[in-house]
Design a protein around this ligand. Structure first.
Ligand code: FAD
Length: 462
């Protein structure tokens, strides 16, 4: 990937949003590239196995079919250059007039790429949930556990327990069963009625998102048939184990505890938008959803406040893969218009049905956000519990630092919380929650620095 003439459009992220944007742009005579740190396109939801694997029954659940069709069209588009296995480390907006620069770690080393229009469609990641024992081997986020199953057909545990507030854990549990694994229990922290009633109340009105609900219902049925119990109203207290996870301790509503034996635990409490690149590039951000997570602000064409830099998909707020596709298509249309390849009236006409569909999908996402809201179920954490996993910083150290300072950046300087390889993805949200209560995290967070991904120093100097 040697430095060459600027791309007309460079897309960071080959998930549903990035694919939809590329498909709207293709055929217009543009030089289009898609960079992704995964070797193959698909994003989080369609994480593909390596090309050398034979996986005939990969992601067969009905609800994935439209996305698989889009992926097939994307992979067949001849004018979309796939730059896989490459991480974007930083963005320099306006590195030259009308051009944005990116530094990208490729398998051959770091390189610079320039582009006239940039789309950041980097998705989301699982919300981390610190609790006692969460650094033991065998503790996963549910998405992390699922990544093994999707991309390798590998189940990382013999006896798995999933716990959380998000219905996605039903789908993941079934994927584990289909891959030959065993799920001891799927535990929802909220009572059954709090999970089901909001969906049932809206179902009569022809709820958009019905496919996702049906998929969850089918998964629940299959779990029952396989003997996996789905439990409600139990809160995680601590992960048990010495060298490895050996169990999960849950609290019942009457205050008594239940100990479940297992060797792997998946935590499923929702998702946070991937905000590192937009924040590093200085794009205007806002707080989204009940988690008040950082997400990139944009106009009706998904363009950020920096001209020529567009954002789409879950980088702009967690709303599911269908909404990501619509936002990606709108961004593609917006970039076509801003490059003078489509007139404004034509773009508006094409965008109108997309916007109507997006409004319905966002209403469903809001409902899901409400149902899966983890505020109120965070475990109590003592001073010995690790908050920053990369730098082994405890809650005790952070609480002591907060006695003398009041910003996330100051805590970082005093304790090294957020200075490690993940650059705060695992600790920033919990730190902000500690500072400002369960749902109000109004601090600006850590200042995001280059490089946003770990990279060998020789790759940069070479
Ligand atoms: C682990 C995980 C599993 C999920 N599984 C499901 C599921 O089974 N079902 C479901 O309905 N929803 C699932 N979701 C939610 C799902 O991710 C979204 O609804 C959908 O994939 C969002 O599409 P997107 O295009 O916005 O982002 P994504 O699909 O996340 O695509 C973003 C892409 O950007 C790439 N990227 C990020 N940062 C960089 C960088 N710095 N440099 C280069 N590339 C980068 C990533 O590798 C990724 O491929 C999951 C989310 C996560 C985090």
């Amino acid at each position: 990937m040697a430095e060459c003439a600027p791309y007309d459009v460079l897309i960071v992220g080959g998930g549903p949003a990035g694919q939809a944007a590329a498909l709207r742009l293709h055929g217009a005579g543009l030089k289009i590239g898609v960079v992704d740190e995964q070797p193959r396109p698909g994003g989080q939801i369609l994480r593909q196995p390596p090309a050398t694997f034979v996986a005939a029954d990969w992601m067969e659940e009905r609800s994935y079919r439209p996305l698989k069709r889009q992926l097939g069209r994307f992979e067949a588009a001849p004018d979309v250059e796939w730059l896989g296995g490459s991480s974007v480390l930083g963005i320099e907006p306006g590195s030259a007039p009308g051009v944005h620069g990116l530094t990208v770690a490729t398998p051959e080393g770091a390189t610079g790429i320039r582009t006239r229009r940039l789309l950041v469609a980097t998705g989301c990641y699982d919300m981390p949930l610190p609790l006692a024992g969460w650094t033991l081997p065998g503790l996963f986020t549910t998405g992390g556990l699922q990544a093994f199953v999707k991309s390798q057909g590998f189940v990382p545990g013999q006896r798995i327990v999933l716990v959380g507030t998000h219905p996605l854990q039903l789908l993941v549990a079934r994927q584990v069963l289909q891959a030959g694994g065993r799920v001891e229990r799927v535990v929802f922290v909220q009572p059954r009625s709090a999970l089901l009633r909001p969906f049932l109340r809206r179902a009569g009105g022809g709820l958009v998102g019905g496919n996702a609900l049906l998929a969850a219902a089918r998964a629940w049925r299959d779990l029952g048939a396989a003997g996996t119990k789905v439990a409600f109203g139990l809160k995680p207290v601590r992960v048990a184990g010495e060298q490895h996870v050996s169990g999960l301790v849950l609290a019942r509503s009457d205050g008594t505890e239940e100990h479940l034996e297992c060797d792997a635990v998946g935590l499923c409490f929702g998702f946070l938008p991937q905000s590192d690149l937009p924040r590093m590039a200085g794009l205007a951000m806002e707080r989204q959803g009940r988690l008040r997570a950082f997400s990139a602000r944009h106009d009706e064409w998904m363009e950020s406040d920096v001209a020529g830099i567009f954002v789409a998909g879950e980088t702009t707020g967690v709303a599911g893969a269908d909404a990501a596709c619509v936002k990606g298509a709108l961004a593609g249309l917006g970039m076509l218009h801003s490059l003078g390849r489509i007139s404004e009236p034509s773009a508006r006409k094409e965008a109108a049905p997309l916007r109507r569909r997006l409004a319905r999908l966002l209403a469903f996402a809001d409902l899901l956000d409400r149902v899966a809201d983890p505020s109120g179920c965070y475990p109590e954490v003592d001073d010995q519990t690790i908050l920053c996993r990369c730098e082994d910083v405890t809650y005790g150290s952070v609480r002591a630092a907060l006695g003398t300072c009041g910003s996330a950046n100051a805590v970082k300087l005093l304790t090294r919380c957020g200075m490690g390889p993940c650059q705060g993805r695992n600790c920033e949200f919990s730190l902000l929650r500690l500072m400002h209560g369960p749902s109000r995290c109004e601090d600006a967070g850590f200042t995001v620095r280059f490089p946003v991904r770990p990279v060998p120093i020789g790759d940069l100097t070479g």
